[in-house]
Design a protein around this ligand. Sequence first.
Ligand SMILES: NC(=O)c1ccc[n+]([C@@H]2O[C@H](COP(=O)([O-])OP(=O)(O)OC[C@H]3O[C@@H](n4cnc5c(N)ncnc54)[C@H](OP(=O)(O)O)[C@@H]3O)[C@@H](O)[C@H]2O)c1
Length: 224
Amino acid sequence: MTQRELDGQTLFVIGGGRGIGAAIATRARQVGMVVTVGARDPLAIDGAVRLDLTDEATIAAASAQIGAVDHVVTLGSLPHDAPVAGLDRDRMVAAFEAKVIGPILVAKHFEIRQSMTLFAGVVGWRPGPGSIVKGITNGAVDYAVRHLAANLAPVRVNAIAPGIIDSGAWDAKGEAKPAFLTGAAGQTLVGRHGELDDVVDAALWLIRSPYVDGETIHVDGGRR
Ligand SMILES: NC(=O)c1ccc[n+]([C@@H]2O[C@H](COP(=O)([O-])OP(=O)(O)OC[C@H]3O[C@@H](n4cnc5c(N)ncnc54)[C@H](OP(=O)(O)O)[C@@H]3O)[C@@H](O)[C@H]2O)c1
């Protein structure tokens, strides 16, 4: 299937208001897809539909509002980075809801015709102090897509596990960001941090690859 064949197909991007999700929405529109964005605050994004992955009622309501879709990409993330002794139960639950439980509830409520793509992250495969919740939630995404693929067949379900991507999410580091990205680049095999296009390329490839199912695609420059 070529990108041309995505022309006219519908795509719902949950977390498509900024970062990687916004870049996927933009590229999908460029190849002719009809894109709707799901966001917690739809007023902040033109034409967006309200959907909070931690709130099943909003998932059901969004499905009722937009109807059947060809493809869904879900990027929601509520990271809780803390040492084990400092973990907060509610934030742990929210992290699992955004990455794992919420996407499963999306599968429950939405009529998806062709594919669903979840987002994991390299930390799932690189255990380290302080990132236990991020690591386990991202690792769980890998198992979620295997089981969702088997349950939703023939709808295909895959995941992308990015490495460190300059998506805007790291801007909060302020003056420390350049050194952080340089450090991340040094931990890859390809010698650079990831750019938005690296992940967008993978997402569009997954959407249009009819024989890829139940897989996690690692877009991390070899970091894993
Ligand atoms: N950037 C990286 O280096 C990197 C590395 C590994 C994995 N990833 C993964 O890639 C995905 C996208 O990353 P990013 O860098 O683009 O992150 P980001 O800029 O922080 O975007 C996260 C998105 O998740 C949405 N979101 C958060 N909680 C939500 C909820 N409860 N319901 C619905 N949407 C929710 C946010 O929407 P709001 O506008 O409502 O806040 C936002 O659009 C995430 O899953 C992230 O874990 C990124």
